[in-house]
Design a protein around this ligand. Structure first.
Ligand code: PSV
Ligand code: MN
Length: 404
C-alpha cells in the first residue's frame, strides 16, 4: 500500500513529533470548492481565446467540476455564478450535480456585467438600479433554498473613476441598506460572504476596497455576514497572512478565493508565483484549526478563470497546490514555534517555518491519495483518462452561456 519514499518521510516526520495519522486524516478532509466560471471560455479585456472542450453551459461545467473531484477527491462542490449558470430547472441542476457525485456550493450573484450596472449596483445613485441589484440578490437567495447552498458570496464592482463622481457617504449608506434587505432574507444557517477588492474595474475609488471596510460592513449586518479574502485583491506587498489571522481572531473570516497574482487581480494558478506566501497563509489557517479555543468555518474556494491553460487541468493543478500548502503547514512544529516566539528567538522561529516549507511533501500526498482510493498523480491520471478528447469532440458549436 505504501512506497519507500513515503516510509522515509513518515519516519522523519515522526522524529520531528508530527502525528502522521492525524495529519493524513486532516488532509483527507480538506475541501476545496471549484468555480463553475473556471470551466467556460473567458478572457481578458483584450480578447478571448476559446478552447476546445470548454464547457458551454451549467451542466457541462458541473461535469468538469465532477471530473476534478474524481481525480483529486477533495473538491466535492462547485460554486455557481448567476446568471452565467442560470437555469429554469434548479431542482434538475441540483439532481444532475448529485448524479455526478458533487454538490452545489456558494451562489454568486452577478451585479457587475449588465449594462444597467455601468454606474454601479448597490451604490448606484439611481434607486431603481439599487432595487434591481437587490432583487437579483434576493433571487439568488431563493436559488440557495432550492440548491441547498448555505453561502451567498458577494462581490461588487461599485466604485468611481473620477474625483467628484460620487458621494462617498451616500454610497456607503445605500450599500448597507441594500445588504440589510438581503441579509434579512438569508435562509437559516446560511451566511453572506463579503468580498473586497482594492481597484478594478473602478480606478479612482472602490466602495469595498479592503478587509477593513468589508469587516465594518459585515459587522453592521450581523453574525451571518463575514469577510471573504480573494488573494488577488490586494495592493502589492500586502501581508495577507496577517489579515487572515486578524479576521479569524475576530470571528469574521468566512471564505477564501484562492488564486495568485503578480501585479493585480491576475487569476493565476494558486501558489504559482508565490508558494511561500500561500504556505504562510495556510500556516495561519492551520494554527486556528488546531486551536481548541478558536472556532472557524471557512469556505475554501478557488476563483480562477484560465484562458491559456486547459481549464480542467488547471483546476486539478490548483487543488494539488492547495494540498501541498496545507500539508506543509500541517507539519510545522507548533510547540517549538510557540517556544521560540516566547523566548524571542527570531532565527529559530523562522527556521521552524522554513523547515516545514522546504519539506518535500509529495510522498505524503501520494500516500493520502492512495488511501482515499485515488490515483497518486491526479493530473497524469486525468490526462490518461481521455476526458478532454471526449468533451472536445462532444462540445462543438451550440450556444455558450456565461462569461464569454
Ligand atoms: C472579481 O474580480 C471576482 O474576484 C469576484 O469574486 C467575482 O465573482 C469573480 O472574480 C468573477 O470572475
Ligand atoms: Mn473573487
Amino acid at each position: 500500500m505504501s512506497n519507500p519514499r513515503y516510509e522515509l518521510l513518515a519516519e522523519d516526520l515522526e522524529k520531528r513529533g508530527v502525528q502522521i495519522d492525524e495529519i493524513k486524516s486532516l488532509l483527507k478532509q480538506q475541501y476545496i470548492e471549484t468555480p463553475s466560471w473556471g470551466y467556460g471560455n473567458s478572457g481578458t479585456r483584450f480578447g478571448v481565446f476559446p478552447q476546445p472542450g470548454a464547457a458551454r453551459n451549467a451542466p457541462e461545467r458541473l461535469e468538469d467540476a465532477a471530473t476534478v473531484h474524481r481525480y483529486t477527491g477533495v473538491s466535492p462542490t462547485v460554486a455557481l455564478h448567476i446568471p452565467w449558470d442560470k437555469t429554469d430547472d434548479w431542482e434538475g441542476l441540483k439532481q444532475y450535480a448529485a448524479d455526478l457525485g458533487i454538490g452545489v456550493g456558494a451562489i454568486n450573484p452577478n451585479v457587475f456585467q449588465g449594462q444597467e450596472y455601468k454606474l454601479g449596483s448597490i451604490c448606484n445613485h439611481d434607486s431603481a438600479i439599487r432595487r434591481l441589484a437587490t432583487d437579483h440578490m434576493l433571487e439568488c437567495v431563493e436559488i440557495m433554498k432550492i440548491t441547498g447552498s448555505d453561502l451567498l458570496s458577494l462581490w461588487f464592482a461599485d466604485g468611481t473613476n473620477f474625483p467628484g463622481q460620487g458621494n462617498f457617504r451616500k454610497r456607503k449608506r445605500w450599500m448597507v441598506e441594500c445588504l440589510h434587505e438581503v441579509y434579512d432574507a438569508l435562509p437559516e444557517n446560511a451566511r453572506m460572504l463579503i468580498e473586497y477588492k482594492f481597484f478594478e474595474p473602478a480606478f479612482y475609488h472602490t466602495d469595498l476596497p479592503d478587509w477593513g471596510t468589508a469587516y465594518v460592513t459585515a459587522t453592521k449586518l450581523g453574525a451571518k455576514a463575514q469577510v471573504l479574502i480573494d488573494i488577488g485583491h490586494h495592493p502589492q506587498g500586502t501581508n495577507v497572512e496577517y489579515i487572515v489571522a486578524y479576521l479569524i481572531d475576530e470571528g469574521k473570516l468566512g471564505g477564501f478565493h484562492f488564486n495568485c497574482r503578480k501585479y493585480a487581480d491576475d487569476d493565476l494558478t494558486v501558489g504559482s508565483v508565490n508558494p511561500q506566501e500561500l504556505f504562510l497563509i495556510y500556516t495561519e489557517l492551520v494554527a486556528a484549526e488546531l486551536d481548541p479555543d478558536t472556532e472557524t468555518d471557512i469556505a475554501y474556494m478557488i476563483d480562477q478563470s484560465h484562458n491559456l491553460k486547459p481549464k480542467v487541468e488547471a483546476s486539478i493543478q490548483s487543488v494539488c497546490n492547495l494540498q501541498t500548502a496545507y500539508a506543509r503547514a500541517l507539519i510545522v512544529d507548533r510547540k517549538a514555534l510557540a517556544d521560540a516566539q516566547d523566548a524571542g528567538e527570531i532565527i529559530d522561529a523562522e527556521q521552524i517555518l522554513q523547515r516545514a516549507y522546504e519539506t518535500d511533501v509529495r510522498p505524503l500526498l501520494e500516500q493520502v491519495r492512495l488511501e482515499m482510493g485515488r490515483d497518486p498523480n491526479p493530473l497524469q491520471a486525468y490526462r490518461k483518462s481521455g476526458y478532454f478528447e471526449k468533451v472536445s469532440q462532444a462540445r462543438v458549436g451550440g450556444e455558450s452561456q456565461g462569461w464569454a
